[in-house]
Write a protein that binds this ligand. Structure first.
Ligand code: ADE
Length: 250
C-alpha cells in the first residue's frame, strides 16, 4: 500500500486521527472542493485523511479526489450507521462485506438497485481490509468494551459482517425501517456514503472497506440516539478501531 485514504462524514467519526497525525510529524493540508485533505503518517501508515460530509455525492466526489489527486491506492471509511437487522444493536460494529444503494431504482429500464450500465447492484469490500478492520474492532471491544457500557447504554457490543446499504436519506421511522428490512432482508445497517465509495473504488480497481458503529436503530428514536451517540461515543469507537487497524498495517 502506497498511501491509504481514510474518510469519514463528520469530525466525530474520525476520532483523534488528525491530531495523532499532527503529533507524529509533518502534515500537509490541502484544500480542494471545499474539503481539507490531511496528508501525512497515521500510526505509522502513509495516509491522506479527509471529511467527505454527508451523502452519496459528497462521498463519491471525495473518493474520486483521494484516488486521482492524492494517489490513494486503498480507501477505508469509518463512521456510524443505523442498525437494520433485528440482531444488530446500538453499540455494535458492522464491517461491510458488500454494499449497495437502497434508494437506486431505474426500473423498469434496469433491475431495481442495479447501477445502470455497470451491470451490478452490489459492490464488495476488499476481503483483507475488511478482515483487518473486523480484527481491530474485536480487539477494541475486548480491551475497551466494558468501559463503553458505563458511558452509554451499550451492553456487550458485537462485530457483524455482511451487507451495508446506503442512500441519501436518514432512516428514522418504523415504516421506513421495515420497508428496508422487507426489501433487503440481509441488510445489517444503513448509512449514507459507503456504497458510493465502493462503486467508485470498483470502477477504478482500488480496494476499499467500510466500518460502521451502530448509533441508532433507524426508527423514530434514531435522531436522538444518533446525536447522543455521536457526542458520547463515536470518536471513542473510531479512534479505538482505527488506531489498532493502522498499527497492525504499519
Ligand atoms: N447513519 C447513522 N444512522 C443512520 C440512519 N438511521 N439512517 C441513515 N444513515 C445513518
Amino acid at each position: 500500500m502506497k498511501r491509504l485514504g481514510i474518510m469519514a462524514a463528520l469530525p466525530q467519526e474520525l476520532g483523534d486521527l488528525i491530531a495523532q497525525m499532527q503529533a507524529a510529524g509533518d502534515v500537509r493540508t490541502v484544500t480542494l472542493g471545499r474539503r481539507e485533505y490531511y496528508v501525512g503518517t497515521a500510526h505509522g501508515v502513509a495516509a491522506v485523511v479527509t471529511l467527505a460530509r454527508i451523502g452519496k455525492v459528497a462521498a463519491a466526489a471525495t473518493a474520486s479526489a483521494l484516488i486521482h489527486v492524492f494517489e490513494a491506492d486503498a480507501i477505508v471509511f469509518t463512521g456510524v450507521a443505523g442498525g437494520v437487522h433485528a440482531r444488530v444493536q446500538v453499540g455494535d460494529v458492522v464491517v461491510a462485506d458488500t454494499l449497495m444503494q437502497h434508494d437506486l431504482d431505474a426500473s423498469p429500464l434496469f433491475p431495481r438497485y442495479e447501477v445502470p450500465l455497470l451491470g451490478r447492484a452490489r459492490f464488495d469490500a476488499d476481503p483483507a481490509l475488511a478482515d483487518a478492520l473486523a480484527a481491530a474492532a474485536r480487539a477494541f471491544i475486548a480491551e475497551e468494551g466494558a468501559a463503553l457500557g458505563e458511558r452509554f447504554a451499550v451492553a456487550a457490543p458485537r462485530v457483524h459482517r455482511g451487507l451495508v446499504v446506503s442512500g441519501d436519506r436518514f432512516v428514522a421511522s418504523h415504516d421506513a425501517l421495515f420497508a428496508l428490512r422487507d426489501a433487503l432482508p440481509d441488510a445489517l445497517a444503513v448509512e449514507m456514503e459507503g456504497a458510493a465509495i465502493a462503486q467508485v473504488c470498483y470502477e477504478h480497481g482500488v480496494p476499499c472497506a467500510v466500518v460502521r458503529t451502530v448509533s441508532d436503530s433507524a426508527d423514530a428514536a434514531a435522531p436522538a440516539s444518533f446525536s447522543e451517540f455521536l457526542a458520547a461515543l463515536a470518536a471513542t469507537y473510531s479512534s479505538g478501531i482505527l488506531s489498532r487497524f493502522l498499527r497492525a498495517a504499519a
